[in-house]
Design a protein around this ligand. Structure first.
Ligand SMILES: [Zn+2]
Ligand SMILES: [Zn+2]
Length: 180
């Protein structure tokens, strides 16, 4: 199997964690991991360390993110990208056909830093992706508002928003304000 990123480099078995191996690239440090093995590992991991899973600190400069579409090293189909979180631009690549995922250099550490080390398949769910999209669009909405109205205004607006959320007459107040 060749690295989907470096193309000509062979993948070699590599240890990600105690009891979890993937096929790694010595050149770009990415790793291809079978979700079948992963789920088995995560189940055992959760059984023994559920309470003690600690978020790891990571150095974001050491995390890479491939923007190009990549082909699955096994079956050559184009893998699908799944964004990890709204705060990080990183995307995991999944081949649904082989049930294997490609993680760029540092993305495994990134998952662990987000407490997703034992819950990676969550990222591949429609629910997770929807939540990430909502957070991203909320964040860009806020940014647009800040660009237009400034930081003080958003602080005030957030207070009003919070107050409105709990206000039973919300609908009437909004209607009244809209005609002001
Ligand atoms: Zn590579
Ligand atoms: Zn595949």
């Amino acid at each position: 199997m060749k690295c989907p990123k470096c193309k000509s480099i062979d993948l070699h078995p590599t240890k990600m964690e105690q009891g979890l191996s993937g096929m790694g690239c010595n050149e770009c440090k990415g790793v291809f991991v079978s979700l079948l093995y992963y789920r088995d590992w995560a189940e055992r991991f959760l059984a023994t360390e559920a309470e003690s899973e600690q978020a790891e600190e990571i150095n974001s400069e050491e995390v890479e993110n491939t923007h190009n579409a990549m082909s699955c090293p096994k079956c050559s189909r184009i893998m699908t990208k799944y964004r990890v979180s709204s705060e990080h631009d990183n995307r995991l690549d999944l081949c649904a056909n082989c049930d294997e995922a490609w993680l760029d250099k540092g993305e495994w550490s990134l998952l662990k830093s987000l407490n997703l080390g034992s819950k990676m398949p969550l990222v591949f769910t429609e629910q997770w992706q929807k939540q990430v999209r909502q957070q991203v669009s909320e964040e860009s909405r806020r940014q647009r508002f800040i660009d237009l109205a400034g930081n003080d205004a958003i602080e005030e607006a957030d207070k009003v928003r919070q107050w409105l959320k709990e206000e039973p007459q919300r609908v009437h107040i909004l209607q009244y304000l809209a005609y002001d």
